[in-house]
Design a protein around this ligand. Sequence first.
Ligand code: PEP
Length: 262
Amino acid sequence: AGSGKFFVGGNWKCNGTKDSISKLVSDLNSATLESDVDVVVAPPFVYIDQVNNSLSGRIEIAAQNSWTGKGGAFTGEISVEQLKDIGCKWVILGHSERRHVIGEDDQFIGKKAAYALSEGLGVIACIGELLEEREAGKTFDVCFKQMKAYAGKFRHTVSPSPPVDAVPSWDKIVIAYEPVWAIGTGKVATPEQAQEVHVALRDWLSKNVSAEVASKTRIIYGGSVNGGNCAELAKQEDIDGFLVGGASLKGPEFATIINSVT
Ligand code: PEP
């Protein structure tokens, strides 16, 4: 872990029922959590209100997606304003399932991020390469291109087009490096593989945004993190936390991951 506050997000994806979520919330409420860690959970939209009304204020709530602008005639979409209205502080954007299963592209994701940030929502900005991209030696190229889509859009959130490092909202961005081949597969990146990309991302931020943003921005790792592998990953200097899918559905295991920073 680096110098920034450790950040652990739980992405519940499209899982759960009223009953199973009530059990998960009660397990989280009774868990002992390290105080020096930011903890966020992302329930499915339809359960956000239930979670917000029952979860201890120690944990903040994220949405798993948001619309690119103000609400209106956009059937099936959920606006940033609505998310804030029901108590969300964060939104996960650019998740690999949205990119590769649903087909969202960099430009669309960048637009969503820019809008969410402009409205004061924190953004967990996901990036990551496919297995074939890693095998072709393109991991850094792919990740930098995805970073650029976020950074370019952030630049346009203030006018008239100041340099990227003038954007105030970098404070509300957490970068989640999630190699696609590691998500939901049980194939976790080794601590060295993750650390190597996190260092490259920090270097990219330093060259393309500013040294200050590079040192302050939290870069978290996601992809088959569990109670057994989190401690080794958390020891890496540039891993500032985790985004957790499957293991975040089990309260005690999620607590172990949150507490892995010690
Ligand atoms: C995720 O969906 O962000 C994720 C990392 O999933 P899992 O932990 O299940 O691999």
